[in-house]
Design a protein around this ligand. Structure first.
Ligand SMILES: [Zn+2]
Length: 215
């Protein structure tokens, strides 16, 4: 959906991009794309705040008003633009240990993902008869393993549609349940740190939507 990548916006607004891309963005904006106009304002605020760092901390009220302006109720709409794709560290499908319990109608798969310094442990259970998937996860901070990761919201998206959302408990754990479907994206919004995208396998026996591995 996005007309320009986050990197292109960053370079355009910070005036470090190529003149070709700058011209493209400018003429596109003149055509009146409202989505990109909003993105332009969004990136301007980001750059402003970034430039003030680390010497200057904007007053809390200013930060708050930016957040309110650009992270409305539907802040998940930004996630595909700003999220970092989690790197797959472990997938029980690739392990020789059988995951399905014989005779059980529920099969499960374990994934371990990383978006430094955070590690996300996921257990995906599928109930074949009800075509129902349950994701049980925990968000951990590898730099501060003794501290629980708080202020984390989890969003399940199907393209531009929000299917489910939840928040982690005091131990960084969460649980989501939904109907089996291909191509769902799970976003982990670690407030004030980063947004992490996790590609969910459509079924317990298939690979992830695309190769993980982006830093
Ligand atoms: Zn546009």
């Amino acid at each position: 959906m996005s007309h320009f990548s986050a990197a292109e916006w960053y370079e355009h607004v910070s005036q470090t991009g190529s003149s070709d891309t700058n011209c493209l963005i400018e003429s596109h904006l003149r055509e009146g794309c409202s989505e990109c106009r909003m993105l332009l304002e969004f990136w301007k605020e980001i750059i402003k705040i970034a430039r003030r760092e680390p010497n200057y901390h904007p007053p809390e009220s200013a930060v708050q008003s930016v957040k309110e302006a650009f992270q409305p109720q539907e802040r998940w709409r930004w996630f595909p633009q700003i999220a970092q794709l989690a790197k797959l560290l472990f997938d029980s499908l690739q392990s020789p240990v059988p995951v399905a319990v014989r005779g059980s109608t529920i099969s499960s798969r374990q994934l371990l993902l990383e978006a430094k310094p955070f590690v996300i442990d996921l257990r995906i259970e599928q109930e074949a008869i009800r075509r129902q998937t349950r994701v049980i996860g925990q968000v951990l901070n590898a730099e501060e393993p003794a501290r629980n990761v708080a202020d984390v919201d989890i969003f399940l998206l199907d393209g531009e549609r929000l299917l489910a959302r939840t928040s982690v408990n005091g131990s960084g754990e969460f649980q989501l349940e939904f109907k089996d479907q291909e191509g769902l994206q799970l976003f982990v919004d670690i407030r004030d740190r980063k947004v992490v995208e996790i590609l969910l396998p459509g079924s317990l026996t298939s690979g992830l939507g695309k190769a993980a591995g982006a830093e």
